[in-house]
Design a protein around this ligand. Structure first.
Ligand SMILES: [Zn+2]
Ligand SMILES: [Zn+2]
Ligand SMILES: [Zn+2]
Ligand SMILES: [Zn+2]
Ligand SMILES: [Zn+2]
Ligand SMILES: [Zn+2]
Ligand SMILES: [Zn+2]
Length: 450
């Protein structure tokens, strides 16, 4: 029989220091201890108390201070008589006995020398020759075989390595991981990318390659999600679309494809009429816009600076050039300048001729007639020290040209047929970069430059 530490310490009666308040308790147990110790007296360890006290002591668990003292007592090994030289505190004895060669006996199975205190443990749990039964597969193994078997028994319940939380017999694990584990990787059947099984359904609600039926219920049964937009916009034959002549006023809506083609074919005349009325409506809009634009850009300053570009080309054409119209003030007279680069009348072929004429204006009814503002024409010299050509006049009240203009105004106006000679214009720098500048200034002050 294996003797445990507790079994032999209970048989002891040895001297130890005693705490005064434990005295009573201890003396009452003394008799019991003494009587049970007698049969084991040969096994008693040699006790050397650290104190002079000779009072017997028990190791009852509730006498903790005394126990501490006792455990600190210095003793020899229980195999002292057989030759073991070990000598230390009582509390280290158990540890020592695990290595004490005097305490060892051969295991009856594996024949290894095992300390007596460990023999029970050895034959139950560590002896390589012990016979043991696997708790999972219930098969019998020698201790040595068991070492190899442990951790490999195919009937042991183990957790799935994918951390899905499943615990199943090892032999079923491969099948679980391949087919059932919801943490296994599976390929999406539409886009072929790999997803953890329990996220696959969520993925497929967004997968760009997952097929979706056309919301217009056209002949296309289903198509990949990412192609649906283009299909609806460009190819779906069940999409209701407006007639291409919608902007012209056609209200027809029909399915793209055959239905729409038929509508267009059968309604050529109606569509033509709609287009015609749209065109005339737009023409009206254009002219309204034009006049609005003219008003915005109208010159109300009484001064026009007119740049004539492409001089050489316009010289060859010998035609009348008309300036943009302008007003003497916001509610004043409306005027226009005309220019003959190769002359007109008395200046024909020798001079540049320039005239001003009155156009019918918005406020003519309120203005004073005849027109009597002074008018001056200036041809700019574009050199650094310019010497401009200036001609001006104050209208004579008797002149026809300055009466209130009719709807078909005088075709020429009044001015200078010999404004500047063709020779002069090529001298200095009146002509530069193939352009000349003429200023026409209309002034109510009647003061004129001479
Ligand atoms: Zn020993
Ligand atoms: Zn053994
Ligand atoms: Zn097993
Ligand atoms: Zn799993
Ligand atoms: Zn997918
Ligand atoms: Zn469709
Ligand atoms: Zn139509």
């Amino acid at each position: 029989m294996v003797r445990s530490f507790t079994s032999w310490t209970k048989t002891l009666s040895f001297p130890a220091r005693l705490n005064t308040h434990h005295k009573q308790q201890i003396s009452s147990k003394e008799n019991t201890l003494s009587s049970s110790s007698s049969s084991h007296s040969s096994d008693l360890p040699m006790i050397c108390s650290q104190t002079k006290s000779r009072t017997p002591l028990s190791l009852t668990p509730d006498v903790s201070d005394s126990e501490k003292d006792t455990m600190g007592s210095l003793i020899h090994c229980i195999h002292y008589k057989e030759g073991c030289k070990w000598y230390d505190e009582l509390k280290s004895l158990k540890g020592h006995l695990q290595t004490c060669k005097y305490d060892a006996i051969p295991c009856n199975k594996c024949l290894a020398a095992i300390p007596k205190t460990l023999m029970e443990d050895h034959s139950k749990f560590t002896c390589p020759e012990r016979i043991t039964t696997c708790q999972y597969c219930l098969e019998s193994f020698s201790g040595m075989e068991m070492e190899d078997h442990t951790g490999h028994c195919s009937y042991e319940m183990v957790y799935c390595e994918n951390k899905c939380g499943h615990k199943i017999q090892r032999r079923l694990m491969a099948k679980h991981r391949a087919n059932d584990c919801y943490k296994r990787l599976v390929a999406c059947r539409y886009c072929s990318k790999s997803y953890v099984a329990d996220t696959l359904v969520t993925h497929q609600t967004k997968c760009t390659r997952a097929p979706i039926p056309c919301p217009n219920q056209c002949e296309m049964v289903a198509l990949p999600r990412e192609e649906l937009d283009v299909h609806i916009k460009e190819h779906c034959n069940s999409l209701l679309v407006s007639c291409v002549f919608k902007d012209a006023g056609c209200r027809f809506k029909g399915m793209r494809g055959e239905t729409m083609e038929k509508h267009i074919e059968e309604n050529v005349n109606q569509h033509m009429l709609l287009m015609c009325s749209l065109v005339s409506k737009q023409q009206q809009q254009i002219s309204t816009l034009k006049s609005a634009l003219n008003k915005v850009t109208l010159n109300y300053s009484g001064t026009l600076i007119w740049k004539i570009t492409d001089y050489s080309l316009k010289c060859q054409e010998s035609i009348e050039l008309l300036s943009p119209s302008f007003y003497t003030s916001q509610f004043g007279y409306k005027l226009q300048v005309s220019l003959f680069l190769n002359g007109n009348g008395a200046g024909e072929g020798t001079h540049v001729s320039v005239y001003i004429k009155l156009l019918p204006g918005e406020y003519d009814a309120l203005l004073k007639w005849p027109f009597s503002h002074s008018v001056s024409f200036t041809l700019f010299d574009q050199s650094e020290k310019p010497v401009n050509v200036v001609e001006s006049f104050v209208p004579d009240p008797t002149w026809e040209n300055f009466q209130r203009p009719s709807k078909q105004p005088d075709s020429l106006g009044f001015g200078f047929p010999r404004f500047v000679s063709l020779d002069t214009i090529r001298k200095r720098q009146f002509l530069k970069d193939d352009a000349i500048f003429i200023r026409v200034k209309v002034d109510p002050s009647k003061i004129v430059a001479v």
